[in-house]
Design a protein around this ligand. Structure first.
Ligand code: NAD
Ligand code: G6P
Ligand code: MN
Ligand code: MN
Length: 425
């Protein structure tokens, strides 16, 4: 059977992943899942592995769960390596969220200066993992979930020999959301995605193969949906479906106000997630529990395992179906370099992800995509080489920083507060 190695196995999302593999066992014959974590995550790992074992037993499938702190043992001979680790844990995320706020900038896990700090911490670790894969399982596919997912995937594809596809649950969640608004089954909806991870638009939407984009936008614009907190004039003129992360760009003032209020009150998202996690792990500990608990849906990563397992299944079975993933542009978007990673629909087969051609992108979104991509490219170089100049330029051009002086001050705080996690600097 197939050997899976999941790095960051102590994540509260792991039961979702296990559920995904259990549900697909007839087409995807997984026999061994190695859950890898580090010393700090040992307790979480043991709890999650216990639940995973009970889930597998209840389902009556033949999957062995191997919790381990030995990454090399897990990677050796693996068919698929999946990554869902968080360097510095939630404390580092809380700092990422609070530092930019000090300077009046958005502080977010993946978007803007917060995501930049997370990238700098994650890049040395992902490169290290890739060195293990190159040595111990050179044919393995790396399915990356670790954020910032697009940046981490591009780092791997530019700087290692590892075959890598990046994932996010946002595209699939957009599809479920639209199906919900229309009251139809999600598999009748097809979205033409264009953009980058956490900066992806639904350019056209089809129901049973019929283009319903205009009708849908009209409907969304005229209702007060919390998923689309925009003025109707804006949505109708955009003529595309924004993703949840676009609120940081289109509604920056409102989002900043919201973040500042939260930071003074209930806490930043990392601080709230800490509490959700604590409750979740209390549940996971219960030896009578042998299914994924409902409360996991309070986390943003819902449907994450569906995306991962669907992708792995299509690679393994050479399925040639279409899925939205993060992969090399290779000319799909004419307005971006070939060697950068985009998030778009791809044909998935045993050779990986083949993006469907897009051509030129509309002016309305071209500028934002290009500047954020340039920020991402600079961030990768800064993260790989420990290059202060590129780090500063990355932040200075980011649309959510917008000031060279603030960029410099934020960067200095990030470098200082993350010293233990930035061996490259
Ligand atoms: P988490 O804080 O629970 O971390 C997961 C595990 O990683 C922890 O058990 C931790 O001990 C472990 N870890 C930390 N450093 C490690 C290392 N060097 N090697 C191995 N394990 C290590 O995080 P989470 O909330 O479960 O999220 C995990 C990751 O997945 C984050 O990067 C998050 O941003 C990302 N995520 C991505 C998506 C997506 O759409 N791509 C969705 C959800 C979460
Ligand atoms: C969404 C995004 C993920 C992100 C998560 C945060 O699912 O796609 O990339 O990590 O939200 O959720 P959290 O519950 O950790 O705030
Ligand atoms: Mn390659
Ligand atoms: Mn995501």
């Amino acid at each position: 059977g197939l050997k899976i190695a999941t790095i960051g196995g102590g994540s509260s999302y792991t039961p979702e992943l296990i559920e995904g593999f259990i549900n697909r066992i007839s087409t995807l014959p997984v026999s061994d899942i190695y859950l890898v974590d580090i010393e700090e995550g040992k307790e979480k790992l043991e709890i999650v592995a216990g639940l995973a074992e009970r889930m597998v037993k209840r389902a009556g499938v033949n999957i062995k769960i191997h919790p381990t702190l030995n990454r090399r043992e897990a990677i050796e001979g693996a068919d698929f390596v999946t990554t869902q680790f968080r360097v510095g844990l939630l404390d580092a995320r809380a700092r990422d969220e609070r530092i930019p706020l000090k300077y009046g900038c958005i502080g977010q896990e993946t978007t803007g200066a917060g995501g930049f700090a997370k990238a700098l911490r994650t890049i040395p670790v992902i490169l290290d993992i890739c060195r293990d894969i190159e040595e111990l399982s050179p044919d393995a596919w790396l399915i990356n979930f670790t954020n910032p997912s697009g940046i981490i995937t591009e780092t791997v594809l530019k700087h290692t020999k590892v075959k890598c596809i990046g994932l996010c649950n946002v595209p699939i969640t957009m599809r479920y959301g639209i199906a919900d608004v229309l009251g139809v089954e999600a598999d009748r909806i097809y979205i033409e995605y264009v953009g980058l991870n956490h900066l992806v638009w639904g350019r056209r939407v089809y129901l049973d193969g019929k283009d319903i984009t205009e009708m849908l936008i009209e409907g969304i614009a005229n209702r007060d949906l919390s998923e689309f907190p925009y003025e109707k004039e804006f949505l109708k003129s955009l003529k595309m479906i924004p993703c949840p992360y676009h609120r940081y760009y289109y509604n920056t003032d409102e989002m900043l106000k919201e973040e500042l209020e939260a930071a003074e009150g209930e806490g930043t998202r990392a601080e709230v997630v800490k509490k959700i996690e604590k409750d979740l792990f209390e549940k996971y500990k219960d030896t009578n529990l042998d299914v994924k608990p409902e409360e996991l849906s309070k986390r943003g990563g819902a449907h994450y395992s569906e995306a991962a397992c669907m992708l792995i299944e299509s690679i393994y079975t050479d399925k040639k179906d279409i899925q939205p993933v993060n992969t090399l542009n290779n000319g799909a978007i004419s307005d971006l370099p070939d060697n950068v990673v985009i998030e778009t629909n791809c044909v998935i087969d045993s050779q990986g992800a083949h993006p469907i051609n897009i051509g030129h992108i509309p002016q309305e979104i071209r500028g934002l995509i290009q500047v954020v991509k340039a920020y991402e490219e600079l961030t990768i170089e800064a993260g790989v080489y420990g290059d202060y100049d590129r780090a500063l330029q990355a932040l200075a051009i980011h649309p959510l920083v917008k000031s060279a002086k603030k960029a410099r001050m934020i960067l200095e705080d990030i470098l200082k507060e993350n010293r233990d996690y930035l061996p490259q600097f």
